[in-house]
Ligand binder design. Structure first.
Ligand code: SAM
Length: 313
């Protein structure tokens, strides 16, 4: 890709930072403006594909909010998942040192060539993010140094994508993503709430989550049926709790929430994966000063870690 070299913004923190999108000069039209997105879709005769979870962002304020939350600056290497027609990619390219964007839908590639053609710092990879060797990509493109992930995620595979990014302990500094509001709440919440569960604990083991914005359906084309939220996950260098056997901790968490209405001794003894008796679980809970009738939804990550160390092999 040839052409445009991003200029350094006046405040020196990165290309175009703080500049209003409407003031961009010499670029492709800003796709955050609804008419521009509609024009591109019409020009290429494409419709948003439901099977790929395509809901294009059409709100410049939301896009700016995501950029602010992700704190993209001069030298950052950004990995974008699902650039669509390039809307958020334009905003990222204005601020980051480099953007690699991975898009599964090959019918969008010619569009991206046009909408991002002016940016020298953008590379598009036509691939399924779940099939890509992300570690090798980061090694090859950024010398293995930590990258920032930013995306408006396809909602049908939000959890598999996030767990892939987190569980493999890839060199990722932060993940700032648009997800379903309910999923964002499940990631951020703590013990006692009805949203608390295996996803909350898994995410919080690897990162510190913070919801930064709620986004209504009318900010997308087409409108999704549900509300959305932007969440930023700051990946821990080291998990906040110490466990002897990580896989046992996660088996314990799965067992506790598979039947969340059951008490922990019943839920865990009933989980084939664990081979634990009710008595063993009850004794460990007692050791921790907890009631044997407690449910998993009451235990914090620290308590699950302790239980795991008491019961694990
Ligand atoms: N970033 C664009 C925006 O904000 O307007 C589009 C976001 S849309 C919600 C999700 C994007 O992810 C779509 O472009 C879709 O084709 C792409 N996508 C879906 N599944 C994918 C996968 N497994 N790997 C890579 N991209 C995927």
């Amino acid at each position: 890709m040839e052409g445009f070299f991003a200029e350094t913004g006046e405040n020196g923190t990165g290309p175009g930072r703080g500049r209003k999108t409407a003031e961009r000069k010499g670029h492709m039209a800003d796709l955050g403006i609804p008419q521009n997105t509609i024009a591109v879709l019409q020009k290429y005769g494409v419709r948003a594909q439901k099977k790929y979870g395509q809901n294009f962002l059409i709100d410049t304020h939301v896009l700016e909010r995501i950029m602010d939350a992700a704190q993209i600056a001069g030298e950052d290497f950004v990995l974008e998942i699902g650039p669509g027609i390039g809307t958020m990619t334009q905003y990222l390219a204005e601020r980051a040192g480099h953007v690699t964007a991975v898009e599964i839908d090959r019918t969008l590639i010619p569009i991206l060539r046009e909408t991002l053609g002016n940016y020298e710092n953008v590379e598009i990879i036509n691939e399924d993010i779940l099939k890509l060797d992300i570690r090798a990509l980061i090694r090859e493109k950024n010398g293995g140094r930590p990258v920032k992930v930013v995306a408006n995620l396809p909602y049908y595979i939000t959890t598999p994508i996030l767990m892939e990014l987190l569980e493999k302990r890839l060199p990722i500094a932060s993940i700032t993503v648009m997800v379903q509001k309910e999923v964002a709440e499940r990631m951020q919440t703590g013990p006692g709430s009805k949203e608390y569960g295996a996803l909350s604990l898994a995410v919080q083991y690897y990162a510190r989550p913070r919801i930064v914005a709620n986004v209504p359906p009318n900010c997308f084309l087409p409108r999704p049926a549900v509300g959305s939220a932007v969440i930023r996950l700051d990946c821990w260098e080291k998990p906040p709790v110490e466990v002897r056997d990580e896989s046992f901790l996660f088996a314990l968490i799965r067992g506790a929430f598979q039947q969340r209405r059951k008490t922990l001794p019943n839920a865990l003894a009933g989980s084939g994966e664990l081979e634990l008796s009710r008595e063993q679980v009850a004794a460990a809970l007692e050791d921790m000063g907890l009631d044997a009738a407690v449910r998993g939804e009451r235990l914090s990550l620290e308590q699950f870690a302790r239980l795991s160390n008491l019961l694990g092999r």
